[in-house]
Design a protein around this ligand. Structure first.
Ligand SMILES: [Zn+2]
Length: 312
């Protein structure tokens, strides 16, 4: 299947749990599937880039030029995992088939993991595979704004110190419909990292809508068409910047409803990745499509040992 073709249910991904069970009876079947996702146009050696090779008896690919043997999982988040691939697949199916995702406790209960920590680490590994900002830049018209997430209500006006500033960039077409979103945990409210973020996630030449803050004039120097709306007040937010406003309220509802506990600032970026993954595929009726996309991105991700996650 060509890399850009739209995957088809029942052909490229399982549509139901019954199909999932039938397609992936063992680790060999899982490995074959990952190989197809990783090399949709045929095996390519990660060592020398050579495009030819053959299969070994153990299901590895051997390069025709340099002779190196490669597994479909080498260099991915499944690399050197002691857990059977079929268990990983079950986790990915479970996570993507739930509309709003699962908590670590939910995953632990569903798959019978011995420890909460294992389930937690798996979720975080998979979350890292959910967003590939360098591959999919936002384009067209993009609204850029910030919102405060979490923290206790203090009864005071204004931002409190335990709220996390989230920078939101979301596409909006001429009919007002929202497209894809990108989120980032900002250093501080209204900081210049909003500009860096926009440059990282929005394609040059796109139109970026912001409020009237002076710093946003830099966007024009960075190759964007900048459309500021100066001097709006909080009551105008829905009319002027409806995209980030809506995303922000959905994000708040999701963190409360799915995660059930206060998200630590340290791990917030991973939750933002999961929200982004789900939001950007919200119109996909087929849950199997999310399964496909997550695995596809997982074989394209560096391995992240648990110690990195905890140390992160
Ligand atoms: Zn090679």
């Amino acid at each position: 299947m060509p890399a850009e073709a739209r995957p088809v249910g029942g052909v490229d991904y399982p549509r139901t749990y019954q199909e999932f069970r039938a397609w992936f009876p063992d680790d060999f079947a899982c490995r074959e599937y990952l190989g197809q996702l990783r090399w949709p146009n045929g095996f390519s050696c990660p060592e020398c880039g050579c495009g030819g090779g053959w299969r070994t008896g153990k299901g590895l690919w051997m390069c025709a030029r340099c002779g190196r043997k490669t597994s479909a999982t080498a260099g991915t988040i499944f690399h050197r995992s002691h857990t059977p691939l079929s268990t990983w697949f079950a986790a990915v199916w479970f996570i993507t088939s739930q509309k709003n995702g699962v908590s670590a406790q939910g995953l632990k209960d569903a798959l019978g993991f011995g420890s909460y920590e294992t389930a937690w680490a798996w979720l975080h590994k998979l979350r890292r595979a959910m967003v590939r900002p360098e591959r999919e830049l936002l384009s067209g018209t993009v609204e850029l704004d910030q919102s405060l997430l979490g923290g206790r209500a203090t009864g005071k006006r204004g931002p409190s110190s335990d709220k996390a500033p989230i920078t939101i960039a979301v596409e909006r077409d001429h009919r007002g419909r929202l497209g894809r979103v990108r989120l980032e945990l900002a250093d501080k409210p209204g900081g210049l990292d909003m500009i860096d973020f926009a440059c990282d996630v929005v394609a040059p030449g796109a139109t970026i809508c912001t409020d009237g803050a002076r710093m946003f004039t830099r966007l024009a120097d960075k190759g964007y068409l900048h459309r500021p709306t100066p001097g709006y007040t909080a009551e105008d937010l829905d009319a002027v910047m409806p995209g980030p406003h809506l995303v922000s309220s959905l994000l708040k509802r999701w963190t409360v409803g799915t995660l059930h506990y206060r998200v630590s600032r340290q791990h917030l970026p991973y939750y933002l990745d999961e929200f982004t993954f789900r939001f950007n595929r919200r119109t996909s009726k087929a849950r199997g499509m999310l399964f496909y996309r997550l695995l596809q991105q997982a074989v394209d991700t560096d391995p992240h040992p648990l110690k990195d996650l905890i140390g992160g």
